[in-house]
Design a protein around this ligand. Structure first.
Ligand code: ADP
Ligand code: MG
Length: 212
């Protein structure tokens, strides 16, 4: 499916976790972050993870892009066990919006958004970034030359979303992308996210406190 000139939308994929266990050992003892968690996300579906702070949401999300290796259980992306895949290649097709955005502070907005297409040596890196910025409402270039510190919290989250989208991921993992924002900004971002999902129905796991 062609969405814009020269840009092909990546196919969506399914996700699953089966009996995932993850414990952290700290100096004060062992913390059980995930205790036999199973979840299925169908291709193109958006599943929200809702739970109290410390319930293991971030840990589960990071199992899907191999930032965390479970102690037991299996995690599959596109029906392939992620432990058998190349972690770097996996992360380039699984978009991840971290809890705090995770933008490179010493890079401009534009460079941040072009990061993954550039790492892939994509000949379409520039247009992928331009399209992604348009998707998050920053298509006029106003923010391109700014640094993350020169943005508001909501603007930073939009840029973090654009960075993930520029890679044309098969899957989007979003860790509280609307958290720590005022109510109006949060509502704006939720509307933006809904509109992006209509245009790019990518498989999503969304950690959120807002049941919208
Ligand atoms: P959530 O995202 O739902 O707030 P997390 O997945 O971040 O929860 O954390 C789940 C539990 O694991 C918490 O008790 C947290 O303190 C603990 N935890 C997370 N990361 C680590 C770590 N690197 N070392 C030790 N404990 C951790
Ligand atoms: Mg978390």
């Amino acid at each position: 499916m062609v969405e814009a000139p020269g840009l092909v939308v990546a196919p969506t994929v399914s996700l699953s976790a089966r009996g995932v266990i993850k414990r952290y050992t700290t100096r004060s003892g062992t913390v059980s972050a995930l205790d036999g968690v199973s979840i299925d996300v169908a291709s193109g579906e958006c599943v929200a993870l809702v739970g109290e702070s410390g319930s293991g949401k971030t840990t589960l999300l990071r199992c899907f892009n191999r930032l965390i290796t479970p102690d037991a259980g299996s995690v599959r992306v596109d029906d392939v066990d992620v432990s058998t895949t190349d972690a770097v290649a996996l992360r380039r097709r699984v978009g991840y919006v971290m809890q705090e955005g995770g933008l490179m502070p010493h890079w401009t907005v534009r460079r941040n958004v072009e990061l993954v297409p550039w790492l892939r040596a994509s000949p379409n890196a520039e247009s992928a970034a331009t399209d992604a910025m348009a998707l998050v409402g920053f298509g006029d270039g106003t923010f391109d030359a700014r640094y993350p510190v020169q943005l508001s919290g909501g603007q930073r989250q939009r840029v973090a979303m654009a960075r993930a989208l520029a890679a044309h991921p098969n899957v989007l993992l979003l860790d509280e992308p609307f958290g720590a924002l005022d109510a109006i900004t949060r509502a704006d971002l939720q509307e933006m996210f809904a509109s992006i999902r209509r245009r790019r129905p990518v498989t999503c796991v969304l950690v959120t406190h807002d049941l919208f």
